[in-house]
Design a protein around this ligand. Sequence first.
Ligand SMILES: Cc1cc2nc3c(=O)[nH]c(=O)nc-3n(C[C@H](O)[C@H](O)[C@H](O)COP(=O)(O)O)c2cc1C
Length: 296
Amino acid sequence: MRLKNPVTVASGTFGYGREFESFVDLSRLGAVAVKGLTLEPRAGNRPPRVVETPAGMLNAIGLENVGVERYLSEKLPYLRQFDVPIIANISGFSIEEYTALTERLCEAHGADLIEVNVSCPNVRHGGMAFGSDPKMLEQITRAAVERSTVPVIVKLSPNVTDIAAMARVVEQAGAAAVSLVNTFLAMVVDVETRRPVLGNVTGGLSGPAIRPIAVRMVREVFKAVSVSIIGMGGIMTARDALEFIIAGASAIAIGTANFVNPSAALDVLGGMEEYCRRQGIQDLRRLIGSLVTDND
Ligand SMILES: Cc1cc2nc3c(=O)[nH]c(=O)nc-3n(C[C@H](O)[C@H](O)[C@H](O)COP(=O)(O)O)c2cc1C
């Protein structure tokens, strides 16, 4: 699928789109990813569910969402008013749940792209455990690809030793693209009470603190596979986004930055256009993976 521009928003940081209506004209984005959907509605983890950290934040939302049926009846009609591809991010606790979600979304034309989240660190079963087991990753990807009538993106977990190996598994199982990174498993302790700050004990670290690791991972994946990459992790500015593109991403997503500056995605898009004008770049695709090194 060709996007009109490479700037998208990261699942879970942009609600179902409407939450940002006074800040972002959705039709100016390359794509909109909605909050991770499950078959049934979920209330998520007990609070506190977020905590700020140096140059980032931890979250342990636990996939709170309205469930696929309410997404289709209540959230989708709003999103469909805009000329923008919708990325439905899906999560499950079994292969059957991923299969059922994919089938339901495709039959109801509820997504232009399906992003399979096998990397959520904040749920006890499934989630990250699927994304760090190559066999499960392969089976879930294949199940989604077989049932889907739209391209399937698999969102990779950074909580693995060799992310390039995981990308290869996903490519061989038929995914059209990979997105990376999800959050890094992390913890904050309140030293007065000696209790973890988050109700879930651990959470996922996002924001600028993780960006250099995410850029390195995008580079590794770019060298390992030929499917497209959606890069994310701490992008706050156009310069940050360009790092991902030069490392090998074809598109990027704005996540935690949306909480600090709700129009961050459009600011990043404007900054990338300005960079291309200044550098005389007619086609941004020329920048993808254009990193200059002597020993890469
Ligand atoms: C509050 C919050 C909720 C998130 N929910 C989801 C989710 O439902 N599904 C998913 O695949 N990723 C989810 N993520 C991960 C983001 O989409 C993104 O991969 C990650 O935060 C790294 O990007 P960033 O540093 O720009 O935020 C969530 C992140 C945050 C901060």
